[in-house]
Ligand binder design. Structure first.
Ligand code: N01
Length: 547
């Protein structure tokens, strides 16, 4: 596609400037001395935190572990204010990181990569952007996020709607005025559960359109306890190390007990204590078999249903909110601030669209299949993402002999370690499909991938290897392993975006790796120690050096 004689050549092109792209740039540029170009579609750094500015947006990981750990001074100097960091605070942090490490010069903003084609003759990637850039690079690293292509369902009539509508993942930077407005929120995943309580407070009336009721645990959000932060800072090395070898990238205590080996009284007391403590403690700290044994899981699910009945005053509304069709934490586990309480407000209604889906959006609102009309001024789509693969497919990626990534992955993504995919040489994916990614505290998984990729690139340079590709057989075995692990979990029993179930026509394949952050890291390290087992390496026909 590109005339390589007239283009700029880079050692590496990185796509995206969120946590992943920023750190990858720093490693390649500062540690390996590589000429690196980052392309970022937003006008600033931050990735998901640049786009997700909806009311109530904050992270479910506690702030002291939702950050980079690669620099001790950075860890010591940054002071989080919220226990769970809010979007503006995370974005401020990421801007601070960009300034502190002088990253902006190599990031071209407002630029989407539209195509990346591997040239078999030169062993180089040819990259094009929507701003007319045509460059070559030895390596392409995707740092495009797992949840970055929003999905607005195809409901007839949206074009005719006379009010305003928004998707949570593409929120206007100057905010949305809800005062005096009748608002519809469609969707009750993480984004819905976070935004609904805030929109309820700000709007005249809120109607929530719920397809699947959710299990959610109170976050117990508060300002950071300064004494706690002091203790954290004194012990950061151990805390981060514990996170790196843990199951989910968080330094929590994990229970080793079975929910079925204790008395009903003891179990209820444990659940109650963890419900009061809040956050992911409930999921990790209760019982080891909640995520693998349906009977154990049922005990937690029933406890949460009891809490919903207790909190929500109107029994009919409470009944609609009870999750029954999937196990607890088989969809993304949620934590919330006043979610169920919100349904006690006079200005909030809940509409069950499982049985009577939204049939049409009219100029003045929404109509459901039972013929009910809901007049609204504003519609908020909290309807999620074409996760894990959608953003890859937005880019025309072609590997060896013009093979399209979209065609290779038409039955679901296939990768080696979630880091590479056979026939797409010299392309690395940060938190790609079949790595722990979205089942973990993301910065921990991102740092592991960035450091592993940088070590590998250094190894390749030291060994004068120009082209590296995942071995197809190693990939087949990894894909099988990912699937075998998933089959042992509750994840297979829900219609979730982990399985692509939210996107009509998407193959039902479990996309992240559920074997745990610690064991995954160990496997990656073993592979590296064995001379990067499972990768085929060769010299390029015409090596090209960046100036
Ligand atoms: O999206 P979701 P999200 N008609 O896919 C419903 C991360 N995140 O943006 O469950 C009607 O989870 C859908 O219903 P159902 C986090 O990893 C993190 O909330 O498919 N309804 C569901 O209720 C998270 O998991 C944070 O039946 C439709 C909702 O919309 C991921 O991003 C904050 C529909 C979508 O839920 C995505 O979360 C925010 C349709 N056609 C996000 N299509 C934090 O860390 C979908 N729905 C806090």
């Amino acid at each position: 596609m590109t005339d390589t004689t007239s283009t700029t050549h880079y050692d590496a092109v990185v796509i995206g400037a969120g946590f992943a792209g920023m750190y990858m740039l720093k490693k390649l540029r500062d540690d390996l001395g590589m000429k690196t170009q980052v392309y970022e579609r937003g006008s600033g750094v931050g990735g998901t935190w640049f786009w997700n500015r909806y009311p109530g947006a904050r992270c479910d990981s506690e702030s002291y572990i939702y950050c980079f750990s690669f620099d001790d001074d950075l860890l010591q100097e940054w002071n989080w204010s919220g226990k769970y960091p809010e979007q503006p605070e995370i974005l401020t942090y990421l801007n601070h990181v960009a300034d502190r490490f002088d990253l902006r010069n190599e990031i071209q903003f407002n630029t989407s990569v539209t195509a990346a084609h591997f040239n078999d003759d030169t062993g180089l990637w040819e990259v094009e952007t929507d701003q007319g850039d045509r460059v070559t690079a030895q390596y392409v690293v995707t740092a495009i996020g797992c949840i970055s292509t929003g999905q607005v369902p195809q409901i007839p009539g949206l074009d005719s709607f006379e009010g305003d509508w928004y998707h949570t993942g593409a929120w206007p930077h100057d905010g949305v005025e809800f005062e005096g407005k009748r608002v519809a929120v469609i969707g009750t995943g993480s984004s819905g559960v976070q935004s609904i309580p805030v929109i309820a407070r700000e709007s005249k009336h809120l109607t929530v359109f719920q397809r699947t009721p959710q299990y959610t645990i109170p976050a117990r959000h508060e300002t950071v306890d300064q004494e706690f932060l002091k203790e954290v800072k004194a012990n950061y090395t151990e805390i981060m190390q514990k996170s790196k070898v843990s199951a989910a990238g968080m330094p929590y205590e994990f229970s080793e007990k079975s929910a079925l080996e204790v008395s009903d009284e003891e179990r209820t007391a444990t659940y109650e204590a963890l419900w009061q403590k809040g956050g992911f403690n409930f999921l990790f700290g209760a019982y080891a078999d909640i995520s693998t044994d349906r009977r154990a899981n049922d005990t937690a699910a029933e406890f949460i249903r009891g809490k919903i009945r207790e909190i929500v005053k109107d029994p009919e509304t409470a009944e609609k909110l009870l999750p029954r069709d999937h196990p607890f934490a088989s969809k993304r586990a949620l934590i919330d601030t006043n979610y169920f309480d919100t349904y006690n407000r006079d200005n909030v209604d809940l509409v069950d669209i499982r049985h009577f889906p939204i049939e049409e959006i009219t100029p003045t609102g929404l109509r459901t299949a039972d013929g009910e009309e809901y007049e609204v001024d504003t519609i908020v789509f909290a309807t999620g993402y074409d996760a894990m693969t959608g953003t890859f497919f937005n880019i025309d990626i072609k590997g060896r002999e013009g093979r399209e990534l979209k065609e290779k992955w038409h039955g679901g993504p296939t990768t080696y370690l979630g880091l590479a995919t056979a026939d797409f040489p010299n392309m690395f994916m940060i938190t790609g499909p079949q790595s722990p990614s979205v089942l973990s505290n993301m910065p921990v998984s991102i740092e592991q991938h960035v450091e592993w990729i940088a070590d590998f690139v250094e190894y390749l340079r030291e060994h004068a290897i120009d082209v590296v590709d995942a071995d197809p057989q190693a990939e087949v075995e990894w894909v099988q392993h990912v699937s075998d692990i998933a089959d042992q979990t509750m994840y297979m029993l829900a219609d979730s975006w982990y399985l692509g179930a939210n996107i009509p026509g998407k193959p039902r394949v479990f996309m992240p790796y559920a074997g745990g952050v610690g064991p995954y890291r160990e496997r990656c390290d073993e592979i590296a120690a064995a001379g990067y087992e499972g990768f085929n390496m060769s010299e390029a026909k015409e090596p090209v050096l960046a100036d």
